[in-house]
Ligand binder design. Structure first.
Ligand code: G3H
Ligand code: 13P
Ligand code: ZN
Length: 316
């Protein structure tokens, strides 16, 4: 059942983080629902602008509605990931999304507040929540390239002002993570001091961690062994999620790890079965492996096993 992002945040805040997983296709959608139902976890489906145009936004919506029917136990929110203003308004008008992210973090402080506030006004009029971003992550986002050195961590004093003036419902904070498979090239790690300071200034306010794939080293090794070239890939230590959750992180964004599972399954499959040309054979393996991956991630986030309680609190 699709619920509001706000309701999921209310039940999770300070106790565990909700996994926000990006999907692009049927196999990811099936694996995602199975993994979350198997591990009894509430979750957030994230749809990026790129995902909306990979096939068509209507196709993704239909997939999710189909999965919702197949898995009546599932409790989840649907969220636009890294939206620009135009895409936010399209999602708000569609009536399908529980929440949208306006990513105006590349704007200056005032520009970011102004864009976020415009989206908040439109979204709140329809009961939709808004995630905004302050500070800049390292790595590559859809339209913005920010080198790790230039990455700007979120300023906690600015975070409070930003939330109060923009009216956003959750805030993506830059605390040292970056998107993609190559995080922390040097000795960098998560800046819990920044998170702690933000939580002190914004008690009870849901924070979001982007760029949170853990880039499992066994996946990287298997991909490289099967012909891939991902030397040096590195991610976030998933054992840190629970501490982050205590500090107000209520949503943890994971996309790259799922892509790594896909890459490993398909590379190994075609290496072992060079004669195969039936797309369903690796597809079946992927859905199974992705479901297992999601269930394992939910254990790290603390969301595994929370579904009965969430259903009870939300009266489902
Ligand atoms: O942060 C970006 C997400 O990983 C989505 O990636 O824009 O390539 O779909 P995408
Ligand atoms: P990863 O690249 O670490 O999976 O981050 C995904 C993300 O932040 C989506 O918004
Ligand atoms: Zn992101």
């Amino acid at each position: 059942m699709i619920v509001t992002t706000k309701d999921l945040f209310k039940t999770a805040y300070g106790k565990y983080a909700i996994g926000a997983y990006n999907i692009n296709n049927l196999e990811q959608c099936m694996g995602l629902f199975r993994g979350n139902v198997d591990s009894q976890a509430p979750f957030i489906i994230q749809i990026s602008k790129g995902a909306r145009s990979y096939t068509d936004k209507a196709m993704l919506e239909a997939l999710i509605r189909g999965a919702d029917e197949l898995f009546p136990q599932a409790v989840f929110a649907v969220h636009l990931d890294h939206g620009d203003e135009e895409t936010c308004y399209d999602c708000i008008d569609s009536g399908f999304y529980s929440s949208v992210m306006i990513d105006a973090s590349h704007e200056d402080f005032e520009g970011n507040i102004a864009a976020t506030k415009r989206v908040v006004d439109a979204a709140h009029a329809k009961g939709i929540a808004v995630e905004a971003e302050l500070g800049q992550l390292g790595g590559v986002e859809e339209h913005v390239v920010v080198s790790e050195e230039e990455a700007k961590l979120t300023n906690p004093a600015q975070a409070k002002e930003f939330v109060e003036r923009s009216g956003c419902d959750s805030l993506a904070c830059a605390i040292g993570t970056s998107h993609g498979a190559f995080k922390f090239s040097g000795t960098q790690g998560l800046h819990f001091d920044v998170l702690e300071d933000i939580q002190k200034r914004l008690p009870g306010f849901p924070l979001v961690m982007h760029g949170s794939s853990s880039v499992p080293q066994d996946e990287v090794e298997r991909i490289n062994k099967a012909g891939g070239k991902l030397e040096g890939a590195k991610g976030v230590d998933a054992d840190q999620f629970k501490h982050a959750a205590e500090l107000g992180v209520t949503k943890v964004n994971i996309d790259t790890d799922g892509r790594l599972v896909w890459t490993r399954v398909h590379r190994e499959h075609f290496l072992e079965h060079p004669d195969n040309f039936d797309l369903r054979k690796p597809g079946i393996v992927f859905m199974d492996e992705y479901a297992k991956f999601i269930a394992g991630k939910n254990e790290k986030l603390g969301s595994a096993g929370q579904l009965p309680k969430v259903r009870q609190v939300l009266g489902l």
